[in-house]
Design a protein around this ligand. Structure first.
Ligand SMILES: [Zn+2]
Length: 192
């Protein structure tokens, strides 16, 4: 199945910055668990759960702005999410799918981070954005057959309201439509 995903270069993504505070340096299982982790295992064995977010910002605030915010203010080496879905349904590549995300504290290893632009505490996501989200979920599921679950950010981090009260109740439906299980039950803790 072909899905149009706009590559990083098209939104002038900055290269990852390994001097940042929170995701500093390169991952090392003995000395730097929080560093930039390029998966060494085959991706189709690593990726298990899709985690859905909202940006909690105006939908015009796009991938480039979020990347700068994450690097400069949050101390992440790159944009935290792997995919960005705009209000008009366009899908953008975020951080490389080959790299652990920084979007769900304690549950990033093996999780694919997907953010829908907008604040869904305040408004409902447009249908075209939901359709794109469905298409991306189908694409991920067929590309990485060990993905079994879909969850919202707040399912993993209970102090968060992400992805917002207007999107959160739809996640169970999105999971069912994609023949995925819902929730945190598919998360596999790393073995180090
Ligand atoms: Zn989130």
């Amino acid at each position: 199945m072909s899905l149009m995903i706009t590559p990083r270069a098209s939104w002038n993504a900055l290269p990852p910055d390994h001097s940042v505070k929170d995701e500093h340096g390169l991952f090392d299982p003995r000395t730097n668990l929080g560093g930039w982790r390029v998966y060494t295992e085959p991706l189709d064995q690593v990726l298990r759960t899709i985690v859905i977010h909202h940006s909690a910002l105006a939908p015009t605030f796009g991938a480039a702005e979020i990347q700068r915010l994450h690097i400069e203010k949050r101390g992440f080496a790159d944009i935290a999410y792997h995919f960005v879905i705009a209000a008009d349904g366009k899908i953008f590549e975020g951080r490389s799918i080959n790299v652990r995300g920084a979007h769900a504290e304690g549950a990033n290893t093996g999780s694919v981070g997907v953010v829908a632009l907008g604040n869904f505490e305040e408004a409902a996501p447009p249908e075209i954005q939901l359709r794109a989200t469905r298409e991306l979920i189908d694409h991920l599921r067929s590309s990485y057959p060990h993905i079994t679950h879909l969850a919202g950010h707040c399912d993993f981090n209970q102090d968060s309201v992400c992805p917002g009260k207007h999107l959160y109740p739809l996640l169970k439906i999105l999971a069912r439509e994609a023949s995925l299980l819902y929730g945190t039950g598919g998360y596999v803790r790393p073995q180090y």
